[in-house]
Write a new protein. Structure first.
Lengths: 333, 333
DNA sequence: AGGACTTAGTTATACGTAAAACGTCGGCGA
DNA sequence: TCGCCGACGTTTTACGTATAACTAAGTCCT
């Protein structure tokens, strides 16, 4: 009896072409030069086409002991930023015959505890973003080649980072140059290395300016949250003329708070963001912000992982960022 | 000589526990009741823990002939919307022991032509969004169980849709109720079923209103593009008091065009969007828009695919949507 | 003429797992 | 006492692929 509707295998192709299964594997794997004649090769390709043959990846992965699949762990996909990181990583991966599977780590997705179980795929390596990295090694040990994004570069292993510290310095220079001295830092209320860097760097820079002051408010990363936090912080302005935000969404919240409080951006209050999301140019005035190239970040991350997979030694990459000056900042009144 | 650093297999666990490989498979697969004693089972689990054993998924997939992995094909990840769809699908998938791999279809990612080659994973099924669906069957035939999102429900196969038509009707009723009669439709310049529906439905509704007029402008889905298109379309206003946009980003562009032209939203011009992205509440005034629950969309899509995988017959799901009335629409002057 | 090479394949095997088929040993009812 | 059954495993096999090892027939060089 004919067996149930199942996909054709290389053996079926072999039968169709009148050759052995090995020959099929050689031809389709492009390893046939000098081992199979051109006419036979063509016959095999023709048979494969006729049957609609697709190699069984599970079998191939088992045989080869690798999967050409890597895992990208991100804190969330709720913003374009990590979508961009994924896109960049996937582009480079695809170029090298790799696939990328995602694990959005925070609560919201299933058995969250173990990315490696949740991603059903068998993996060759991992790119872990920000906070996830430490938790990761705890779960997995170092069984898999790992690249860390947005993570302390002094830690062992390969890291890829956006030069956030420099971004913060650019913001500070820009605002100081406009005459601002009294700052509010609206910080993301998320325990993560990048955000620590932002705070540390801003503080360090302002400490060197006589007469400068720096207050800090915290907010979860959301427009609503930032609006509330900024409104609370700005009701007693205490001379603040510039608000430095850890993220564009926070800045959007500040706009709304300012509107409520009757403050105008930028004439009463200069505001800066970070990321350069679509949001940044949608709001009025357009936001002065640090442009982070998320796709490039993803690309570099994947490239670094490919290097690790090639046995190259750990490395640290730093990606330059730059300030986009727009309408939300102006000379202090 | 000791072989290279390689992950422990079920055979290693068996040796460690002093049992056969089959016993390990039974115990760890929870198929052991009545076949292995509790004490032996515990010994096996202990050995597995000690060695840090993880089953080789490639081998398991090969053996079982399925992978518990599905492919989600989306037009792009550049906006939160499809990120939400992914999140929802992944949540349901994870709950059933499935993984989801992404294929963002449009140009930008590698050998783009064949999602199935690009996603390295071996697949059990596919969820295809909007435009991709037709192209998909062309590429793949119907070799894989398929669910189509945002696609003509009259086509054969299982579909899941947001009730866009109803959303458009709600927008139209809302604006008509406010006294608007002269409309500009800012349409997404993307060939896709959902956008056709939007245009058709709006036109159908307005045709039934005596004295109503409808103009149409097209724009790619981006703020900049929409700004240009809207500015061009609105320089000769011809009595237009309401702009209906296919997407929130387009609406954000309209805001900017209006500002340039000296038109105020909503007093001179009412504007509506669709999606309810973060953008919608970031801009001022907040945007009246149709809320599409992207995560729910993804959840329903995955549920539908699981049903197909269970051999259930094709079905069509429709997800209700509703209008969020905010500050961008008001009574006609 | 006879070995060495080349060409064009084939045969055999391993990857790690799941599970069907097959022992083996007591105990127990008839 | 015999036969059978349940408890507890083990042996064996198949999944589909890639590739190392082998074969067989020509070709060429000396």
């Amino acid at each position: 009896m004919p067996r149930a509707r199942t996909r054709p295998t290389s053996r079926d192709v072999a039968r169709e072409a009148g050759v052995s299964q090995a020959a099929v594997s050689l031809v389709l794997g492009d390893k046939w030069r000098g081992r199979v004649s051109e006419t036979t090769a063509e016959r095999v390709r023709e048979a494969a086409r006729a049957l609609g043959y697709r190699p069984n990846l599970a079998a191939r992965n088992l045989r080869l002991g690798r999967t050409r699949t890597v895992l990208l762990v991100v804190p969330a996909l709720t913003t374009e930023f990590f979508a961009g990181v994924y896109t960049g990583a996937a582009r480079v991966a695809s170029r090298h015959g790799f696939g990328v599977v995602l694990y959005p780590s925070p609560e919201g997705i299933g058995p969250a505890r173990d990315p490696f179980a949740s991603a059903q795929a068998a993996l060759d390596g991992v790119i872990a973003s920000s906070m996830a990295a430490e938790a990761l090694t705890a779960i997995r040990g170092d069984q898999l080649p790992l690249v860390m994004l947005d993570s302390d570069p002094s830690a062992p292993g390969t890291t890829v980072n956006l030069d956030i510290a420099d971004g913060v310095r650019q913001v500070a220079e820009h605002l100081l140059g406009l005459g601002h001295r009294h700052f509010l830092h609206l910080a993301a209320d998320v325990p993560s290395w990048t955000f620590e860097v932002r705070a540390r760097e801003l503080e360090a820079r302002l400490r060197r300016v006589p007469g400068a002051s720096l207050r800090t408010a915290r907010s979860p990363i959301s427009i609503k949250g930032a609006e509330a936090a900024a409104e609370a912080a700005l009701t007693t302005r205490e001379g603040v003329t510039a608000v430095v935000c850890d993220d564009d969404q926070l800045a959007a919240g500040v706009y709304k708070a300012a509107r409520r409080l009757g403050l105008r951006v930028p004439s009463d209050l200069s505001v800066t963001g970070m990321d350069d999301l679509a949001l940044a140019t949608a709001i009025d005035p357009e936001l002065t912000t640090v442009r982070l190239d998320a796709e490039l970040f993803g690309e570099r991350g994947m490239e670094a992982l490919l290097a690790v997979l090639n046995g190259e030694p750990p490395s640290g990459t730093n990606i330059p960022v730059h300030l986009e000056v727009r309408g939300s900042t102006t000379r202090v009144p």
